[in-house]
Design a protein around this ligand. Sequence first.
Ligand code: 7RM
Length: 685
Amino acid sequence: MWPLPGARASRCLLGSLRRAAPPPPPSPPRRAKCNLTAYMPEAGGFEEVRSPSQLQRFSVSSGERFWAAAARHRLSWISDFHTVQDCDLARGRIKWFDGGKLNVSVNCLDRHVHANPEKVALVWEKDEPGSEVKVTYGELLEMTCRLGNLLRRRGVKKGDNVTIYMPPCPLAVASMLACARIGATHNVVFAGFSAEALGERIRDAQSCAVITANQGVRGGRLIELKKTVDAAVSSCPQVRNVLVAMRTENPVEFTHKDVDMEEEMRAEEVVCEPEAMDSEDPLFLLYTSGSTGKPKALVHTQAGYLLYAALTHRYVFGYHDGDVFGCVADIGWITGHSYIVYGPLANGSTTVLFESTPVYPDPGRYWETVQRLKINQFYGAPTAIRLLLKYGDEWVQKYDRSSLKTLGSVGEPINTEAWEWYHNVVGDGRCPVVDTWWQTETGGICISPRPSDPDAEILPGMAMRPFFGINPVLMDMAGNKLTSNNISGALCISQPWPGMARTIHNDHQRFIETYFQPFPGHYFTGDGAYRSEKGYYQITGRLDDVINVSGHRIGTAEIEDVLNQCPAVAESAVIGFSHDIKGQAVFAFVVLKESVEASQADVTRELSGSVTKKIAKYACPDHIQFVQRLPKTRSGKIMRRVLRKVVERDPGGLGDLSTMEDPTVIQDIIQGHRDLLEVNQRERQ
Ligand code: 7RM
């Protein structure tokens, strides 16, 4: 059964919650003044602020006042904090709202149940189209409480870690919130990782329990989740229990550690006392790939993270009460944590859990879902947009998208063509597109347009402006701050904000070295950015994706942008390889659109001409290899590291492929590379 049958908010549940829940937040001072109070109620008390854009500057210059007001207005506290922030970035000390106590699950559930237990919290868009399941706030609270009690009864305590290996589904959300309720941290691992990758993460996180499902269903195919967990857990002696939910009817073998999760949940109480957590107690670990290939877990804490997720969700997407928010990411990615679960639920939204793929059963899936669920804000990745663009406009136009108000993009730079298509075709030119830049480390969106600000223009392919409390700075390689406009540099953020990660699990030294030592006193993002004449930001990509051709530094993203603008190209990936004369030379991998009839030789000529014209001769690729697909991570980031190994003809050194969406891609590329070399050889003879 999925989700639990008959899970209704009963009277007794509500009665006891009324006792357990903290008092309502103090109401903000009433001071009628322009429309700023309507825009952001807690800003009403800032005498000197008159408009949303002034508010951004105020939030940076008077950060403590801004964040204190936001924290008291938007979160329910068990006890108030005494210190807004206590941070020393150079030492890696980051503390927000010290002295405060709260419970994240109470903030995401109980207070909304008080207001309206029947409001829909989750719409689970299952893999099978047209079979969505709605879960109300009352039901989600009940699931969370039963699961919290079950975890406690199985010995999970405050401070323990629980690994969640599940596709997006209500029980996965309830699992995250149940951990938060009892003070355990969660570690959500994308339900596509191999047993080896999963085992490594379970061991590193020292999880005492794992929550999974018998099988997953994605794009019509079954995924053997439980078997993968069995293989992983066989080398994780510290795991005492594996809780198994049934996503399909196919039975799986149970071992001595396994617990029939839904069966045992039914026997649990529907009330679960929330743990009073300190603001800075950890909330979750989340693994992300580092430059070394060894995954590292970022740690986020309670109050600051939740506040930042909620505020960005509200103001970046222009979310309003009653909207249906559709983020189609996976919950195993920070995007899923902040914009499927924590931000939307803290704001009492209806949030969509998308279990399927953009092309199942056909390339109209997203837009059919938008029509059926009446989604108001749609948030997806450029990789999916580029893929769908290849199939043509009919798949979009077939469906009614009039519910859409905002379109969001995340994960990589969105090239101009994809941006325009998203804006003009998907949004009928009607909906602002928000290109949102952020990272696992930042907890929430840091640079992005804010269409809710009436004065703010949006330009294609640009992340535009910093969010409240964010002060971006660009640095040159010598560590000097670049103060002018129309300039590129290393993107840093010069003061702490509540959503930032607090440490790397078990490696605080690595945390300091990676993020705070390169530019002392600043948070270093690892990305490069360009600041335009008007002061708008454009993210150019990871700085380690910069190549140097005959002394000219160029970002792979700049060359890719030119290639992608050619009508024949669906997408591309550029890398540098060592070259006797030039030091480094450019190698381009190109995926053509399905409809292309021109010969590869013609396309090659066109692409070279275009790069010469728009950038320079030196940036022209020495080789262009046409491929069916590019190697990507689950969240759509191109794995240039792997392509580099192919070009260096070092397939043995491909490194950690656990984050790769489909490892079979790489064999085709290796074969194609051999063929290309042969052809080039023959041509030279
Ligand atoms: C949310 C997320 C972070 C890295 C980041 C960038 C790249 C993300 C954009 C982007 C250009 C964007 N977290 N990135 N968003 N680049 N424009 N709008 O993706 O930790 O998985 O990745 O992703 O390089 O540093 S993440």
